[in-house]
Ligand binder design. Sequence first.
Ligand SMILES: [Zn+2]
Length: 145
Amino acid sequence: MYQFSRAIYRELAGEILEEPVLSGTEAALGNHERVLRACEAAIYRLATDRHYFARPTKTLFNDIRIFFPMASQRRVYCVVDRYVTFAREFLASQPLNGYDLEGNRLECRATTRRGTACQRVPLPHNGYCPSHQHLAETEEMVLAA
Ligand SMILES: [Zn+2]
């Protein structure tokens, strides 16, 4: 999974500002390290919690944009968006084995009529089990509205 965060970092490393952007203890890590860690955190979240990670491209871009000059902003956004899209396609294509890439058990996102969490194995593209697919459709209509 970290192939994606490393790829983002590699493509953008040459454009990272050399002067410290942050001050005090926040500057201790250095700009390069901060960018790499932000990329890894975003990809980790995509791998483990992607159905609740609403705008991964925007989130990661906002986290790292201050480490790049004005002239690079557009390119940074495009690179982030490209690899976030790759990562999402990769995750959506993973076989249904009931576990995420970190080995955590996956469970359907729905709540049953008794108010407990549905524990069936979800489908990879939307996180709901086969009997709760109608909830994914409702969600899409809400998002499209
Ligand atoms: Zn379910």
